[in-house]
Design a protein around this ligand. Structure first.
Ligand code: ZN
Length: 170
């Protein structure tokens, strides 16, 4: 993305949490995502790319954690100094913007990295359900007798992300 290029900010769809969960699980299945699977191959398969950026560029791209140019053509920016688990959640979050807010590239958009508006919530809900589908989550939670460290490790998410998912399911 050149610095002068800029698209409208993503708008929330105002979907319910449950609707976003359902959509995310459907899409994960459609894409053949397997639990704890690699996300960069999913992005590549969709025609997107991920750029890992340093602190300077990270600061400059605050308003564009994802830029969607067209169907099968989008760019995700991830910092090169955050950890693996956080990055996985961030990539799934940006996929949420792609599927929900650009409608698979139909709308050219960009989404800010932070903020607490509805749009960001929707992308977070998407990421949570994409990485931790409801039924599988319950099964694994039971398997590890509710030990959330093991549950988080199973899904390759942070402990915090697993805790939030647990609360949203129960
Ligand atoms: Zn976002």
């Amino acid at each position: 993305m050149s610095s002068e290029q800029s698209y409208p900010k993503a708008n929330a769809l105002n979907l319910s949490k449950q609707d976003v969960f359902k959509k995310a699980e459907q899409i994960a299945m459609e894409l053949g995502y397997s639990i704890a699977g690699d996300l960069s191959t999913i992005v590549t398969k969709l025609g997107g790319s991920i750029e890992y950026v340093n602190l300077e560029k990270w600061y400059k791209t605050q308003d564009a954690s994802i830029v969607v140019h067209a169907p099968d053509n989008f760019q995700i920016y991830i910092s090169n100094f955050t950890g693996f688990l956080r990055n996985r959640f961030s990539i799934a979050h940006e996929l949420g913007h792609y599927f929900l807010h650009s409608n698979r590239g139909e709308k050219q958009i960009q989404a800010a990295r932070s903020g607490s508006d509805k749009c960001e919530w929707e992308a977070n809900w998407f990421a949570a359900a994409f990485l931790m589908p409801n039924d599988k989550f319950k099964e694994i939670h039971k398997k590890y007798s509710g030990d959330m460290d093991f549950v988080a490790a199973h899904f390759l998410v942070s402990r915090k992300a697993a805790d939030v998912r647990y609360q949203s399911i129960n």
